[in-house]
Design a protein around this ligand. Sequence first.
Ligand code: C2E
Ligand code: MG
Ligand code: MG
Length: 684
Amino acid sequence: MKTGAIDIANASLLAGKPAGGLVVTDESFAIIRRLKTPIWIYDIDNSRIVFANKTACTLWQAEDEAKLCARDLRQDMSAMVRKRLKQYQFDFAERDASFNELWTLYPNGTPTSVMVVYTGIRLADGRMGMHCEVVDHKDDAPENLRSAEALLHTDVMITLYSIDGALLYMNPAARNAAMSSQHLFADIFLSSADHLEVMQALLGHGEHRIVARVCTGAGARWHDISVKRCNDAVTGEPAALVTAIDVTELKIARDKARYLADRDQLTGCYNRAFLLSHIENLSKDGAGKCALLYFDVDKFKQINDALGHEMGDVVLKQLAVRARKMIRGDDMIARLGGDEFVLLLRDVADLDGLKERVAQLRQAFSEPINHATTHVNVTVSAGVSIFEPQEADFTTILSNADIALYISKQNGRDQVTYFDDNIGTAVKERRQIEADIKRGIEKGEFIVHYQPRVDLRTKTIVSAEALVRWNHPENGMIMPDRFIPICEETGMIEALGQWVLDVGCQQAITWAQQGLDTEVSINISPRQFQNDELLGALRHYAKKPGFPRKKIELEITENVLIGDHETIAQKLHEIAALGYRIAIDDFGTGYSNLSYISRFPLNCIKIDKSFISGLPDTGPIIRLILTLAKQINAISVAEGVETRAEYDWLVESGCDQIQGYYLSRPVPIDAFFQSGATPNQITV
Ligand code: C2E
Ligand code: MG
Ligand code: MG
């Protein structure tokens, strides 16, 4: 027989029927009856006392043992207590347990606090019962009573371990949740690192709090655990008091919220904010040299415009999936917005290895993307910035990668550029130029030259194209191809373009006042066209009394016509309705959709100079454009006419007007009419 358990059946102390009908006959048991210590035997399954000595009857406020045994104790017992007693029953049988607990009895409904030792005892029919022996009676200590009550009924799991991790006590909530009634403190942690962290803190400053994944009877759960160093009240030995709350549902909800806050909804990639904090923490993480690969989809806008936004989304999602497959454990992919992604690759000390990985990534991206019946092949341009995490400054790293990406785009797209100091220098120079242009605009260093356009039938100057130049104080005259693209990219074109528009309109007013018919042609950049301020300015001029709006022609390139055709058409029609003329510039070099050309209100088609210099080989194309111009009722203009042969060919082919060095270079306004015999007559 194991210590603490009394096998009543074998000892024949009790005989007869269980549960209230039990009769004690053994004379020797009379000793127990006479003991002043309250002792009773409890049938856990039936919630009844089956034996009680006299003092126990007094404690339970029962007239005699028979009346006590007849009581159904279930009525005053919470479900929690019943559950706990079931657990005790199991523990008695499994591990010969005994419990020493402050217990609250409710004899006739009045609470009484007693310290009881419980041990297992086999009942006559072999079931496990509970032998209860009072060791201390505390019915006069309400504080103890209340604290014991709280300990027993709280949902907080409270466990006491010895300092080396042996289990000393579990309150009912802890017992219910525990994976087993015999375990070590270390066993509860799914991650040994969490256990180590707790123990280090406990042995160091005596307490710790952690949310950890733990093993419980219900499987793996998240517990918010507080651990405090204390002494075991029974032995006085150092111990650890562990209180735990199950926060699994909360943790899942919080993780979900965090997932949503940290991620891009479309692709599931991390977002910019998360990437930023991640990069800033890299050095703490002990990461070696890292690479930030910034990439975007070449001509993504066209995919969206041509195939729809749904397909655009499919492309982005598919690229994210492919990138994710290529990255390793601690690497990361983030989407910064639009079609811009960033890959953070860790520990890339081997440059060849990095290049190999980037090549594999591009290979993965080059596979066709299929969606329903649509298949699309995309290319990406990328810029890579390599950095030491200790020197991590997110803004610089991202800006370096962005610069490298920009170079990839400049060099024709579908390629990767690795940022280095040379690129850095080039970019510094570029920034210098940008600042210089800005200063030049503010200081009024830009001037407009005019190039005449001549009607081939009347041989008169019908129009002047306003072409901007930068009269740089140190570097002399700078041509537009050196600064217009920069202005376009940086947005400075809006200020500069508006200035040219003002100058051109003013010139048209002056000529009109002089009684001249000469039109002014003004170049409008794509960015300027998209900005609503252009329409505002045009409306403003159109309202001026006597303003010669029919003498103002706006030149737009084909690129302007690519995109949302409805919006573009609407804008062009509004400009035309205000009375301005519209010309399509450098025609034949862009990708405008011919089927839309007829729907736009175009007054003039300017054939790109590359076709003129390509004569006679390019003759058929020029003829095609001339026919198209006739079809849509637009004037045809040949640009870049340099020779007599070109001139003659164009006269013969029925081209309406020409412009080019053969007649005149762009000149300052004072020199404009000097090339002709009369103000608007020229000699050819
Ligand atoms: P564009 O609008 O096509 O202007 C015609 C360009 O061809 C001018 O160059 C002109 O000087 C040049 N050109 C004229 N005849 C000949 C010729 O016989 N042979 C050759 N090889 N070239 C000839 P420019 O002035 O250097 O301007 C270049 C481009 O800069 C313009 O092309 C236009 O796209 C842009 N641009 C100029 N001024 C402005 C402006 O005020 N606003 C905007 N947005 N763009 C402008
Ligand atoms: Mg032009
Ligand atoms: Mg042109």
